[in-house]
Each structure stands twice: as structure tokens, then as C-alpha cells.
Design a protein around this ligand. Sequence first.
Ligand SMILES: Nc1nc2[nH]c(O)nc2c(=O)[nH]1
Length: 446
Amino acid sequence: MIIIDNVAVATVDAADTYHPSGHVVVGDDGRIAAVGAGPAPEGPGRRVDGAGCLVTPGLVNTHHHLYQWATRGLALDETLFGWLTTLYPIWGRLDAEIVGAAAGAGLGVLALSGCTLSMDHHYVFPRDGGDVLEAEIEAARRIGLRFHPTRGSMDLSRKDGGLPPDNVVETTDEALAATERAIDRWHDPSPGAMLQIAVAPCSPFSVTTRLMTEAAALARRKGVRLHTHLAETDDEEDFCRKRFGCTPVEYAESVGWLGDDVWLAHGVHLDDPAIERLGATGTGVAHCPSSNARLGAGVARVRDLLDHAVPVGLGVDGAASQEVSHLGAELRQALYTARSRGGPTAMSARQALRLGTMGGARCLGRQDDLGSLEIGKLADLVVWRLDGLAHDGIDDRLAALVFGPPAPVELSLVGGRPVVERGELVHADAETLQREAAVAHRRILA
Ligand SMILES: Nc1nc2[nH]c(O)nc2c(=O)[nH]1
């Protein structure tokens, strides 16, 4: 039992219940046994004094490319297509050792930023690179995070009218067979699962229509979710209009890619009919405001998406297109981005926290298991320290978390198991992760 007492509590339940002083009790089964206002009931177990802290659900990262940690700081002033064209040849040298080290560093930084569940979109599988998916799954186990890696794929190379060079794509049949093997080997459908797989062909300009269609059929046969990049840039929209004669969302619908088992990365360039279709079908969006700014991709219409009941989560995106990789910081970036577009009422601190928690849980299909602090849910939670120089004096602790600088994590739990304590990883050594990532960076650039 872990009893977190004397703490501000933002539950992110349906009523957005907030207790300025309350408690959360975590049972030995790794689930929330009690949550409420006032002092915690007496009982045995570890007691955590939450004075000066806020407890929230753990943050859920809905879009990432962990391998990109090894190629940060390159192609700094490019559009998405220019950036990809620069990086594809480098990514063609990926192997399991590089991916494992990059994933360790990326997941370590995510954990320290308040993340308790991350997805990953891995879509580059060089022929002699070994088992890169296994390498990142091992990295997630090492850090202690709940993990939803997706089996990505690309099968449309430059010679067939796509963007990537030949050496980073697979054949359609290879991609489908490997995706099915990954689901059979790794996917755990049970409640409380630490590991789930989704199916994730990369983007309209790197994947054939056949792979999109058959990947959707495979995912539905296996009961797993679907993820892809969509509507990220004007260049992608031009590509879709030229090749398919329609917008990216019309294309997605034509290949069976709208539905409540799908979440799309970015969704920046969406017209009104597209937003209506996403809302009507329950298709989710992984909003990546920092990456969209770094690549100059545009500003997503998040207020309009929420008004149409689209599930929206937050994503840091790969560290090569957003070198910060701090999910806690993405709360403020999302709020600032929404307000830049729609004025000061476009998003509140509470709504930003909801995107980063329950919104992400909905995108990943985990809303019955986690995403809010409610009795019976998994104890995936973060205790944020907000009484230091940087935050003290902002009386509303939720406002301090979102409007203030990224807050230190006093304690984070995944299924009741500590992953971060007093700003340090519990199961891994940050210096070792850094050293391994530095070797990976040097090797891939050599
Ligand atoms: N931000 C990103 N967008 C992408 N599109 C695509 O095909 N690959 C990527 C990527 O790695 N990052």
C-alpha cells in the first residue's frame, strides 16, 4: 500500500474533480484504492507526504519515434520533406543496439518528464539491423514504463513515387508478415497490460494503398489499434491531391482508416469536413505542438477538434524533430498553441492536463484502465513538486504545473510501482543511458 497524503489532487475524472488538499491510496494490486479530499484514512503501508505537491494521472505520450534520439540536432531548418530526405539515409544504418540505446535515453527522459505510458512508432527496419522492436521493448522494461510500441512500415520508395530511398523500405508482404508476427509475439490484450502492439504504416507518401488497406484488415482481425501520420504538412496534402485526387482524410477514409480504433499523428491541415468526419467516426489525433513548430508544419485546430468530440492526446514526436522530448512541457506548449490560434479561452490548464492524460488514454484505447485518478483504475500517477523557487506563489497548483516551467517529478508510479523518485529514475542510471546514447549517436553518424 502507498498512501499519498496532504497533497493537491487533480483527478481528471468526468467532473474534473480537484481537491486543494487530499489523498490517494494505492493498493497492493497496483490500483487506486481511495482518492478524495482531506487526510488519508489510517492504515499500514508507505506514507508519502505530498505537502507542496500536486498528484495527477500519469502523462500518456501518443506519438514518438524513439530511435530518433540517436539523430538529434540535424536538418535544423528544413521542412518535413527536406528533413526526412536528409535523415532517411542515416536511419538506413539503424540496428538493434542503436535503437535500444536511443530508446533507453528517450524513455528515461520521458519518465523524468511525468510520462507513465508511451507509444512508439518504429517504421525503419534495415535488413541487417537485428530485432529493433525487441530492443525498444527491453528498453521500456528497463525504465519501467508502460509501453505501446507500434509495428510501423514503409513500402513506397522513390522509384515508385514515394519519398524514402529504396534501402529503408520493405516489400508489402514482408511488412504485413512482420507486423503479424509482432502482434502474436508481444501484444497483451488483458486489462492492466504493460505491453500492447498497434499497426502503423508510416504516411501517405511512404506507404502503398495496398499496405494501408491490408494493415487495417490485419489490425481488425487481431483486435489491435491503428496508427499513422496524417495531414501533417501542405506538402503531404499536395502529394495526396496529385496521387489520390483527394485530401489526406478522404484518402484515409477510402482505405478504411477512420474509426474509434484509429489515432492519427498530427492532424494539422484539416478542413471543416475532415474534422466532422474524425468526430463522427471517433478517430483520435495525437497532437504534437512542439514538433509542428520545430518543423514549421503549421498549427493544429485543437479547439475545433475538441468541439467535435475528437479524442485528442499529446505527443512529443521523435527527438530529431523536437529535441526537448519533455511531455510535461508539452502541456504548456499545447495551451500556448491553442491560445495563439483561438485566444485566451481556447484552452484552460485543466483542458491541457486532460489532453495529456485521459485524451491520450482514449487515443491508445486504455480509457477504462488509466488516464484518471478513480478507484479501481491502475495507479499510473505522478506527484509533481511545486513548492520550489520556480513555482512557489502560484496558488492554484494545476495552474503552476501547466503555466510554470516543467516541474520536477517527486514520485511517479506505474501500476503502483515507483519509476521516478525525487527526480531520479528508480530502475536505471541516467549517466549510463546518456553514455550508451552517445555511442549510438557516434555509430550511426560514422
Ligand atoms: N514528424 C514526423 N513526421 C513524419 N512523417 C513521416 O513519414 N515520418 C515522420 C517522422 O519521423 N516524423
